[in-house]
Write a protein that binds this ligand. Structure first.
Ligand code: G3H
Ligand code: 13P
Ligand code: ZN
Length: 342
């Protein structure tokens, strides 16, 4: 099956009342892990690549691995998404390569760290919407900023500094025409989200509910949604790792979000933890081992387990064959019609 529009995938999720995990990839084993989990659970999938992932894999390696995924797993609808595009140029290069969805993260300046103005965000996001929709490609925007990741993409801090203002969210959607909206409700990227077990008050869920009330037809996106499970931390630390005590986003909070308009849930860290733990285990238990397949296979299996579990928890499991993918040219025509009647 050819890669599909993320908009179609999220529209279907909204009809079915479920969420779709968006899992980050950097290499072949991570793509295989996601596709195996999707096949086992019969799930549609969103595979996403950050700028760092595209650079690490020299771009075309990653893209061709994704083409292989569409050939090997023809029954699974796959949307290929640019995670945290920092500029219209980044999104343009993704679209030209064949990504079916892009995130223009104009909540930060092009450096991926400095919070931007509302006007800057609208300007760059609108530019990407025009370019992407003409080719049937989906656009995710972000309003408010996540915390975390000092050396990668993110505003730093604890995730509570730049929460999304619901009124601004409405204006942003009106002025940009994005298909999906990432909101900041207190999560952050990476493993160190919360320094104690989150309570019902930790995440600003009432803000999410308010945004959904005002924008009932917009697909909401939760970034920084790894749960950082204790058992994955334990494996790493048991085999010589040095993770500090930390807590992630409880799955029940994500499920509450899914009941209230969240359709895309971004997960990267949990998979990094699972793979790293599995690799450490082999290297510690079998120090004589030096065939990389001896540790990459268990690493791939560990990630598959996490992804399959999230697919069940988010509700996308069982929905792979619910609908027939629409070609991007038809989606482009739909956007054109929408623009004329607006
Ligand atoms: O947005 C954060 C994702 O986990 C991607 O991280 O930029 O290190 O590839 P990365
Ligand atoms: P985590 O670091 O919580 O996995 O978040 C990933 C993410 O939001 C990618 O955009
Ligand atoms: Zn993110």
């Amino acid at each position: 099956m050819a890669m599909v529009s993320m908009r179609q995938l999220l529209d279907e999720a909204a009809k079915g009342g479920y969420g779709v995990g968006a899992f980050n990839v950097n290499n072949m084993e991570q793509i295989q892990a996601i596709m195996e989990a999707a096949t086992e659970t019969q799930s549609p999938v969103i595979v996403q690549a950050s700028r760092g992932a595209r650079s690490y894999s020299q771009d075309r390696f990653l893209y061709h691995l994704m083409l292989a995924a569409t050939e090997i797993y023809p029954d699974i609808p796959i949307a290929l998404h640019q995670d945290h595009g920092n500029s219209p140029a980044t999104c343009k290069s993704a679209i030209e390569m064949g990504f079916t969805s892009v995130m223009m993260d104009g909540s930060l300046m092009e450096d991926g760290k400095t919070p931007s103005s509302f006007e800057h965000n609208v300007k760059v996001t609108r530019e990407v919407v025009e370019m992407a929709h003409a080719r049937g490609v989906t656009v995710e925007g972000e309003i408010g900023c996540l915390g975390g990741i000092e050396d990668g993409h993110g505003a730093g801090g604890d995730g509570l500094e730049h929460l999304t203002d619901p009124e601004q969210a409405v204006e942003f959607v009106k002025q940009t025409g994005v298909d999906a909206l990432a909101i900041a409700i207190g999560t952050s990227h990476g493993a160190y989200k919360f320094s104690s077990k989150p309570t019902g008050e930790t995440l600003k869920m009432e803000r999410l509910l308010e945004i959904h009330r005002r924008l009932p037809n917009v697909h909401l996106v939760m970034h920084g949604s790894s749960s950082v499970p204790q058992d994955l931390q334990d494996v790493i630390n048991h085999y010589g790792g040095k993770l500090k005590p930390t807590w992630g986003v409880p799955v029940e909070e994500i499920q509450l979000g899914i009941k209230n308009g969240v359709r895309k849930i971004n997960v990267d860290t949990d998979n990094r933890l699972a793979m790293t733990g599995a690799i450490r285990k082999v290297l510690v238990e079998k120090p004589e081992e030096f065939d990389l397949r001896a540790y990459m296979k268990p690493a791939r299996e560990a990630m598959k387990k996490v992804v399959a579990l999230r697919m069940q928890q988010f509700g996308q499991a069982g929905h792979a064959k619910d609908y027939k993918p629409i070609p991007l040219s038809e989606i482009a025509a739909m956007y054109k019609k929408e623009a004329v009647t607006a």
